[in-house]
Structure formats: C-alpha cells, structure tokens
Design a protein around this ligand. Structure first.
Ligand code: CAA
Length: 257
C-alpha cells in the first residue's frame, strides 16, 4: 500500500497513478521515494508486461515538484532531491517493458519530466505541458534540460524552458512531445490499445530494441551502430527469433507465449 500513489495490476498491465489531490499531484520527496519503491515492485513482478503512469483525479497528471517543500530547501537539499528523482526516473526509463505516460491534465515541471521518462506519451485533450522552473528561479531538475532537448530538439527545448510557455496537447503533438492525443474518456483505452500492439511482439526483442534506442542516444553513431549490430546478433540466439521467423514462413501469427 502506498500513501501517495495508487497502484494496480490488471491483465499484465501495471498502472501507477500519482495521487496527491491537494497539490494537483505535485511530487514531494515522500512521493518520489514511494515512486521508486513502486518501480522496483514493477521490475520484480514477472506478470507485469507493460506500465501506464498517470495522475489521479480529473485535472492533473503531475503539476511539478512540490513548491511548498522546495521553498525551504538548501542548495545541497535541492541537489539531493533532484538526484533522488533522477535515479528513479532513470530506473523507470530502463525498465525492459513498455511504459506509457497517460497525460490526463497538467504536466508541468517535474510532471513533464516524468512523462518524458516514459517510452511513449499519450495525452488527453485537456493536457497542458510546460517547464515553469526558471520562473521560480530554478531550472528543470528531474531531467528536463536533458530529455526535452533529446526528444524535441535543442531549439524547441530552449524555447519551452526559457519562456516557460505552457502548451496544449495539440501543440505538444505537433512538436513531437506526445505521440498521440485522445479524448479524456478514451485515454486509458488508447494507452492499452497501443500496449496491445507492443505485446503481440517478442518481449525480449522489444526490451533489446528499447535498450538500444536509450543507450544509442548517448553515443556517437559509429558506436551506436556497433551496439545495435551486437544486440541484433544476440536476438538470433533466442526462441523468439525461431518462432517469429518460422511463423512468418508458415504464414501464421507468431505466438510468443
Ligand atoms: N507544488 C505545490 N503545490 C502545488 C503545485 C506544486 N507544483 N501545483 C499546484 N499546487 C497546489 C496549489 O498551491 C493549490 O494549493 P491550495 O489549494 O492549498 O492553494 C492547489 O495545488 C491547486 O492549485 P491552484 O489553485 O493553483 O489550481 P489552478 O487550477 O488555479 O492552477 C496550475 C493549476 C496551473 C497547475 C497551478 O497550480 C500551477 O501553476 N502550479 C505550479 C506549477 C509549477 O510551477 N510546476 C513546476 C514546479 S518546479 C519543478 O517541477 C522543478 C523540477 O524540475 C523538478
């Protein structure tokens, strides 16, 4: 049981909902600690094949790090807070299963950063994205200066971070910050439908492909391509490869179990 999160697993899909209704799901240190513990729980549970991260309530995904907790933090405490969140967000990013942020409202500051640590972002029409930190006299500290630039490019990342402009779901889609926009009612079903399209594939191959993309982004092209070639070879040693290719040649759907 968690105090700041709702957690459920159904049909192999885990859902973590950040649940701090009084602060529009702001992330305080206690919530971040619980989030880390919950990611560990997801990682250990072999029945979990995919993860959805969302916000409880109708209005907000996550409205950022908790300003009421940060206001009194010293420089050292601020750095520790960021390192704590970075560690857990990186763990989320490194999970071998597909992860989707179901962005159901405000995704500001740490909320936008949490969504970016997921593989895929699907937003409801009422979602609002932004990095308001410099307006608070700080900078994005849960990965925003790094992941946003990697995701949407340096120029657009600088525009969003330096202006603190808030953008709606359609603009977020236009610039590649989100993969899809849907109605509020259809948000979770849309996430589940996309998960279904991932889960029909070889789970080891999915995990290796994801890992190559993540690691390759931090390498030069030559080393990234070497990483990919080695990983490609690795997938040839699997039952999944045998099943996937045999199924194609036998003109049937692959069954990855
Ligand atoms: N931290 C703490 N409390 C927050 C919060 C946050 N990030 N966001 C909202 N709240 C609280 C509000 O203080 C308010 O509390 P009270 O009812 O006690 O007054 C409650 O949530 C409801 O918020 P509002 O009344 O402001 O609701 P609204 O609908 O008028 O506005 C909002 C919604 C636009 C999200 C607005 O609350 C807002 O601008 N929030 C702050 C967003 C922000 O700056 N986030 C970045 C934080 S810094 C960060 O995240 C650093 C990092 O990189 C990790």
């Amino acid at each position: 049981m968690y105090e700041h999160l709702l957690y459920e697993v159904a049909d192999g899909i885990a859902t973590i909902s950040i649940n701090n209704p009084k602060s529009l799901n702001a992330l305080d240190p206690a919530t971040i600690e619980e989030f880390g513990a919950c990611i560990d729980e997801v990682a250990k549970d072999k029945a979990v094949k995919a993860l959805i991260v969302t916000g409880a309530g109708p209005k907000s995904f996550v409205a950022g790090a908790d300003i009421s907790k940060m206001v009194l933090m010293s420089a050292e405490e601020g750095a520790r807070f960021a390192a704590l969140a970075d560690g857990f967000f990186s763990k989320l990013e490194a999970l071998p299963i597909v992860t989707i942020a179901a962005v159901n409202g405000y995704a500001l500051g740490g909320g936008c950063e949490l969504a970016m640590a997921c593989d895929i972002r699907i937003a409801s029409e009422n979602a609002i994205f932004g990095q308001p930190e410099v307006g608070l006299g700080i900078i994005p500290g849960f990965g925003g200066t790094q992941r946003l630039a990697r995701l949407i490019g340096k120029g657009r990342a600088k525009e969003l971070i330096l202006t603190t402009d808030r953008i709606d779901a359609n603009e977020a889609y236009r610039i590649g910050l989100v993969n899809k926009v849907t109605s509020k009612e259809e948000l979770i079903d849309t996430c589940k439908a996309m998960i279904g399209r991932v889960l029909k594939n070889g789970p080891f191959a999915v995990a290796v492909a994801k890992s190559c993309i993540e690691s390759g982004m931090d390498m030069d092209l030559k080393n990234g391509l070497k990483l990919e070639a080695d990983a490609f070879g690795l997938t040839f040693a699997t039952e999944e490869k045998k099943e996937g290719m045999t199924a194609f040649l036998e003109k049937r759907k692959a069954n990855f179990g």
